[in-house]
Design a protein around this ligand. Structure first.
Ligand code: GLN
Length: 305
């Protein structure tokens, strides 16, 4: 496995040149566009690291998986899916257009910004800090790393420039989908996007999801198995925004990307995988990260189909 990962990183490094850093959050332009790293964490607790695995990044939309985890654990499936749908979207992740045109005004799914903002409103906690802490604590437990925290500069940058997210959240408040204070919900959402991690942290979180919610290192149940099923189903259908179908064809397992350049992937009952490659394609997915996962899936025959 180690040699395979080293080779895959080396062979795909060239693809980092084909993408661009996310620049709509100014602080993200400080990342190294040529970084490429991977961690595989299998369910026997073997950890494999290759390339720039020490790179720290903000998890951005990967946090949406754990926000949904907490919303489902705190409020249950019925309430969560009365306010957000489970259907893929063909529009970009921060699109606002369907909110008005859909009869119910419900965001299409929990992994576009509108849906994640609704899920943040559903997480337990009656103010921004409590909601943030609820999800941060879950991330720390799932990654088995109590030192995970936010990158304050990225948080400030998100908050200063997050006007589309603000528009989405106020629209949803007007449509009675968000019941809580909008600024509290946005503050928690921006903070959660700004959580800093490494591929090892994210691969361990993915391994928990792929192991029916049981941590492979302690054998404790961290997330209920029925929640993991929902997470994987939505990662499979909506995890790469409007490129989810292509990913299902080329790679074939559940994943979630973020504009920091990380892609979290779950191979059910086998392993958690995380890649980092901050240069993105037009859909906001890591260009080289996608190629790495494609190679790995082919070489190890990991597609679920
Ligand atoms: N913080 C980003 C935003 O809200 C997250 C988006 C992403 O990673 N796709 O726009």
């Amino acid at each position: 496995m180690q040699i395979l990962l080293n080779d895959i990183i080396k062979d795909n490094k060239v693809h980092t040149k084909k993408g661009e850093l996310a620049d709509y959050i100014p602080e993200l332009t400080k990342a190294n566009p040529n970084a490429l790293g991977i961690c595989v964490y299998d369910l026997e607790n073997n950890v494999y690291l290759a390339g720039d695995f020490n790179t720290k990044f903000t998890i951005q939309s990967v946090s949406k998986v754990i926000i949904l985890t907490c919303a489902l654990m705190d409020k249950g499936r019925e309430i969560v899916f009365s306010k957000v749908g489970t259907e893929p979207s063909a529009d970009p992740f921060n699109s606002i257009i369907k909110l008005e045109t859909r009869h119910s005004h419900k965001p299409l799914n929990p992994f576009i910004n509108a849906g994640a903002i609704v899920c943040t409103s559903l997480v337990n906690g009656n103010n921004a800090n409590k909601k943030f802490r609820r999800v941060l604590d879950m991330i720390r437990i799932m990654a088995d790393n109590p030192n995970i925290d936010i990158n304050y500069h990225v948080f400030q940058s998100e908050k200063l420039t997050g006007n589309t997210n603000r528009a989405i959240a106020y629209y949803l408040k007007g449509a009675n989908i968000i019941e809580e204070d909008v600024e509290d919900v946005l503050d928690a959402y921006f903070k959660l996007c700004s959580i800093e991690a490494t591929v090892e942290d994210v691969a361990k979180m993915a391994a928990v999801i792929g192991n029916k919610g049981i941590s492979p290192w302690s054998n404790e149940e961290i997330v209920p198995p029925n929640v993991c099923k929902v997470l994987m189903a939505i990662m499979m259908t909506c995890g790469l925004y409007n490129a989810s179908g292509e990913f299902a064809v080329n790679v074939g397992f559940p994943a979630k990307s973020g504009v920091g350049g990380c892609i979290m992937s779950v191979v059910p009952n086998k392993m958690g995988i995380a890649v980092i490659g901050p240069a993105l394609d037009d859909n906001g997915n890591s260009v080289a990260g996608l190629k790495v996962l494609e190679s790995l899936s082919q070489k190890l025959e990991l597609s679920m189909f």
